[in-house]
Design a protein around this ligand. Structure first.
Ligand code: SF4
Length: 331
């Protein structure tokens, strides 16, 4: 299946400045040489701890942030070097839903105005036509139209996220970045929002980039998963393959922490692995393998050389020296 979005060697470095004149004294490599592709109508999940660079990837691929280097090919066009004015027609096709609907919705605007904002910005329709479209969108996200003139404070967390999803869909996009869309919600509401997103994908043919810190959220929702750590890819594979055969020590640690619901899953989940310490600051990322300061399987080479990409099975990629020397993942 053809890729709707294809990202190659994407880098985003933020400058570190000092002094009165803002002299550049270094850089934070928030995203460092990341490549992946998402076929149309599929969901690609980016997973990692806070500080792994996954949100920066999400914002960069829809050009809310300008990349430092790399290509962002959307439907055959390279958007990476486009100027803001050239991006406008593409913005209609690419939208984002943020983690916290309370902060992403303007508290002084009513639901109808919030959802109509993208239509106004792009000069689409008359006021009457925009209102009709807003009503259609409310129905699509299963929110009764009695909330049309409510302010965000009158809505529950789940209802606010439905408004944010309706706003993201107002322009009929083909591609949506879902940045931790359920992590600010109660557990009981999370499943309903994920079910809504799955239905919308099916009905509207949407392509998703799902960003999450939680493998259990992406397990039943994504077709492909990439695991990130300190701006780099650690492992990437089709979802079933990643769960059946996790190879990278970091993936195995993340997997070992997810709750097991049924016996079959027990066999797929490694024994609990507790990682030492916190994710290091990207300002001083470790040399060699960026994960080596917390890795329970590190070898001498790990602090000296950055691992290459290995493909142990078709479409399954891992960046770890263990596989360069033909070893198996440790348990
Ligand atoms: Fe661990 Fe070394 Fe593999 Fe990095 S390269 S994940 S430190 S074993």
């Amino acid at each position: 299946m053809a890729a709707l979005l294809s990202v190659s060697h994407l880098k985003k470095y933020f400058p570190i400045t000092a002094g009165f004149l803002g002299r550049r004294v270094g850089e934070v490599k928030a995203v460092d040489d990341v490549s992946f592709a998402i076929p149309e109508g599929k969901t690609f999940a980016l997973v990692g701890e806070s500080g792994s660079g996954k949100t920066t990837v999400g914002k960069t691929v829809i050009r809310l942030i300008r990349p430092t280097a790399g290509d962002i090919i959307f439907d055959g066009t390279n958007l990476s070097k486009f100027k803001e004015r050239d991006l406008k027609p593409w913005r209609r096709q690419m939208q984002i839903v943020f983690q916290d609907p309370t902060s992403s919705l303007n508290p002084r605007r009513r639901v109808a105005d919030i959802i109509a904002t993208p239509l106004e910005v792009h000069g689409i329709g008359t006021a009457r036509e925009r209102l009709a479209r807003v009503k259609e969108l409310l129905e699509l996200v299963e929110l009764p139209d009695k909330y049309l003139y409510s302010y965000p404070h009158a809505l529950s967390g789940g209802q606010k996220q439905r408004v944010a999803i309706a706003r993201a869909l107002a322009l009929n996009p083909r591609f949506v970045v879902l940045d931790e869309p359920t992590s600010a919600l109660d557990v009981s509401v999370q499943a309903k929002i994920l079910a809504l997103l799955a239905r919308l994908q099916k009905e509207l043919g949407l392509t998703y980039l799902l960003i999450s810190h939680d493998l259990s959220v992406v397990k039943n929702f994504s077709d492909h998963i990439a695991v990130m750590y300190l701006g780099k890819l650690m492992e990437m594979a089709p979802t079933q393959e990643l769960f059946a055969n996790p190879l990278h020590p970091y993936t195995r640690a993340l997997l070992s922490a997810i709750p097991v619901v049924i016996d079959e899953e027990l066999e797929m989940i490694p024994e609990r692995i507790t990682l030492e310490g916190e994710i290091p600051s990207p300002v001083n990322a470790p040399k060699g393998c960026v994960f080596h300061t917390r890795c329970y399987a590190r070898m001498d080479v790990c602090s000296l050389q950055e691992p290459q990409q290995w493909e142990p099975a078709p479409g399954h990629y891992v960046w770890c020296h263990l596989f360069a020397v033909g070893g198996d993942a440790p348990t």
